[in-house]
Write a protein that binds this ligand. Structure first.
Ligand code: PRX
Length: 698
């Protein structure tokens, strides 16, 4: 095992850095480095934690990190057993803590953690905290869309609400292993629904409430839930979104395809819409308020195996069909709780706010499960972060005395554009740790976040991870290391990232390549629902022996990791993951669209924007109406967040002689790097490129 350490490049680098005294360098030195100066290279910018911060941190120094990391790699079974022992297990796991095969050449890909261990996630999130004496602690501060509209739930109150719903679910026949689709905005009822499912061993599948009826129908038809949980409408900013209409359309579509659904539980969100105005299907639709509160506030726990499924979450890949990422119970529990604690340096006195929606993995692991497993107080926010104005986030921070604030770079950039006055108007003195997730954070946004929002005192945890990984993989541990703006720094305990070249050979030292992981970690996804072959083909075949993340990555001379974005056909728009193939298939479903090719293009606020090249059917003419109609088609089929930013009319697309679209060329045209098109001679018809360039600004 010492060889693992010796050959681990990352450790060699960090060991050489570990001579730095912890908390070296006063903050003033930082500011001198990071304010306004343009230094030769980003990798030379070091931002040191203050000594005061490091001294109180769970991981106070590079040395401590290195020791713990080394132990987690040398003895994963021992390390993770120790982490798991803080939770309640009805029966302890079997003699083998984990089993894994990540090498497709050796047979079926298989990952198991704590198998044979019997537990329940909801019990660990709620009952266990209450039994420890924290039942009256606030679990959720809820903040509505309209300022002044709010609510709270203590751990005891939350448990009572969860049990009522769990009892109702059992009443309507939901059993262990059954799927439940949740299509809700950020009401308290969303985490309540997730927890109620996990209490009874049902498998939840939350669908982000910005997805269209068609996307929702696709997910319903794939996982065939017993029940769909939704609400009639929601206010977001100044808009009202009629969610029940979307669910009705999705259920009609699903029924047409032979998957009728018997029960649709609908929460009456009175502040957005009264029940009288809601369309209703007698026999199928049930008002939450009419049935759930009548159920008992206690509900026996369904004890499940650590490897029993916990949830399904659909995510985008490089084909049109979304993938149902499956997470199981025990490993997910241990890993999300541990990463939450260390990556945010969580302490019981913290108030934590993650702005993500529970419709995405961030909301699963770090709005609902990770914080509750730590007995934390978390803010759940229904509204839009710029409503009624760009100061709303800091208003909420001051209101609840938020100490850990976790958001996406796209929000940081959009608030940065609005000006510092929206931030400095509020005190923010409660803040002590900031977090970032969803896409690489560009150094200038990092600095603004650090200097203006955090007043140069709050370390930033730039957490790199994925729906598939379940929890943080590469992340700073606040107080442990000097940070570099824009780098996610080092792997979390137990994670062994490697960078490989096109041939799949590991590259050592300072390098760039494809980011892979060479051993399993407890919250790794176990399969794609109903399609283990696709799981193996997508993630384990490109570079045999490794889990391939789909991301490019650079490791610098000090061993810091810098994520450089997706290397597959996935684009990341405002931290939302969208497959180019999904947008293309929506576009070509338009009767006047013959062919479409979609690429990502740099976007100042969203990180990446969606740029679509569209070829029309013979004799149809371009028009503004047609452009709008194409965009509307994508909104209707996927959701508003996937609407193309730009439609580029394309009389033809650059294709090789075998008919493959050369996206490399399209990316250059989209980003207007017209003198860098490279070799176009292998194209079947090189003149299409000139035609495309002529139409650049049409
Ligand atoms: O490209 C990476 C990017 O988001 C992808 C995962 O998307 P999703 O499964 O939707 O999960 C988002 C929330 C975890 C990754 O493959 N990504 C996520 N976090 C970061 C990031 N890229 C750079 N830095 C990050 N901190």
């Amino acid at each position: 095992s010492t060889t693992t350490l010796k050959t681990s490049d990352h450790l060699r680098h960090v060991e050489s850095m570990s001579t730095l005294p912890s908390g070296a360098g006063p903050i003033s030195r930082l500011n001198a480095v990071i304010l306004g100066e343009s230094l030769a290279s980003e990798e030379d910018h070091l931002v040191f934690p203050s000594e005061a911060f490091s001294m109180q941190a769970h991981v106070p120094s590079p040395q401590k990190y290195l020791e713990t990391y080394a132990r987690s790699i040398e003895d994963p079974a021992g390390f993770w057993s120790e982490m798991a022992s803080g939770f309640f297990w009805k029966e302890r796991w079997g003699p083998q803590v984990y089993a894994e095969n990540l090498d497709i050449r050796k047979g079926k890909i298989n990952i198991e953690w704590f198998k044979g261990g019997i537990t329940n996630l909801c019990y660990n999130c709620l009952d266990r905290i209450i039994e420890s004496g924290d039942g009256d602690k606030i679990a959720i501060f809820w903040e509505g869309n309209e300022p002044g509209f709010d609510g709270t739930l203590t751990y005891k109150q939350l448990l009572a609400r969860v049990c009522q719903l769990a009892n109702w679910l059992k009443d309507v026949g939901v059993r262990k292993g059954d799927a439940v689709v949740i299509y809700l905005p950020m009401l308290m009822e969303l985490p309540i629904s997730m927890l109620a499912c996990s209490r009874i061993g049902a498998v939840h599948s939350v669908v982000f409430a910005g997805f269209s009826a068609e996307s929702l129908a696709q997910r319903i038809m794939d996982c065939k839930p017993k029940v769909v949980i939704t609400c009639n409408a929601v206010r977001r900013g100044s808009k009202i979104i009629y969610l029940k209409d979307i669910v009705d359309a999705a259920l009609a579509e699903s029924a047409r395809n032979g998957n009728p659904l018997d029960v649709c539980l609908t929460y009456e969100n009175e502040s957005a819409m009264k029940r009288e105005s809601t369309k209703w299907q007698e026999g199928r639709d049930i008002w939450w308020q009419d049935v759930v509160p009548k159920h008992p506030t206690t509900c026996a726990v369904e004890w499940v195996d650590a490897e029993d499924p916990l949830f399904l979450l659909y995510t985008s890949g490089s084909t049109g069909k979304p993938k149902g990422v499956l997470h199981t119970t025990g490993g997910y529990m241990v890993y999300t709780a541990t990463t939450f604690k260390y990556a945010f340096d969580y302490k019981p006195s913290d108030v934590y706010w993650c702005t993500a929606d529970c419709g995405w993995i961030t909301g699963h692991s770090y709005v609902t499960y990770g914080p509750l497993l730590n007995g934390a107080t978390a803010v759940v926010f229904e509204g839009a972060p710029n409503y009624p104005d760009a100061g709303r986030c800091w208003d909420i921070v001051d209101k609840f005395k938020v100490s850990i604030f976790y958001t996406a770079p796209t929000l940081v950039r959009s608030l940065m554009r609005e000006g510092d006055q929206y931030v400095t108007r509020y005190s923010r003195k409660s803040l002590r740790v900031l977090g970032s997730v969803g896409e690489p954070i560009n150094p200038s946004a990092w600095r603004w976040y650090f200097n203006v929002v955090g007043e140069s005192r709050c370390p930033i945890s730039d957490t790199w991870w994925q729906t598939e990984t379940g929890g943080f993989m590469i992340t700073p541990l606040p107080g442990a290391w000097p940070q570099k703006p824009g780098s996610a720094t080092f792997p979390f305990f137990g994670v062994q990232p490697v960078i490989v070249d096109e041939k799949g050979a590991e590259i050592e030292g300072e390098c760039s390549g494809y980011l892979c992981v060479k051993s399993s970690w407890p919250s790794a996804f176990r399969t794609l629902y109903g399609d283990h072959e696709r799981y193996e083909a997508t993630y384990f075949s490109a570079f045999p022996g490794y889990y391939f993340t789909g991301d490019g990555c650079t490791r610098d001379k000090d061993g810091y990791y810098w994520l450089t974005g997706r290397v597959d056909d996935v684009i990341n728009v405002s931290g939302h993951r969208i497959g180019t193939a999904e947008v293309e298939s929506a576009l070509v479903s338009h009767p006047q669209c013959a062919e479409a090719a979609v690429v990502g293009v740099e976007h100042e606020v969203k990180g990446q924007g969606i740029y679509a090249f569209v070829t029309l059917v013979e004799s149809v003419l371009y028009s503004e109406d047609l452009r709008r109609s194409l965009i509307l088609t994508v909104r209707n089929q996927i959701g508003a967040f996937a609407a193309p930013d730009k439609i580029h009319w394309a009389p033809g697309l650059p294709k090789t002689r075998s008919g493959k679209i050369m996206r490399r060329i399209l990316r250059k045209i989209a980003s207007r790097q017209l003198d860098e098109l490279g070799d176009t001679s292998t194209l079947a018809d090189p003149s299409v490129v000139d035609e495309l360039i002529k139409l650049v600004d049409c």
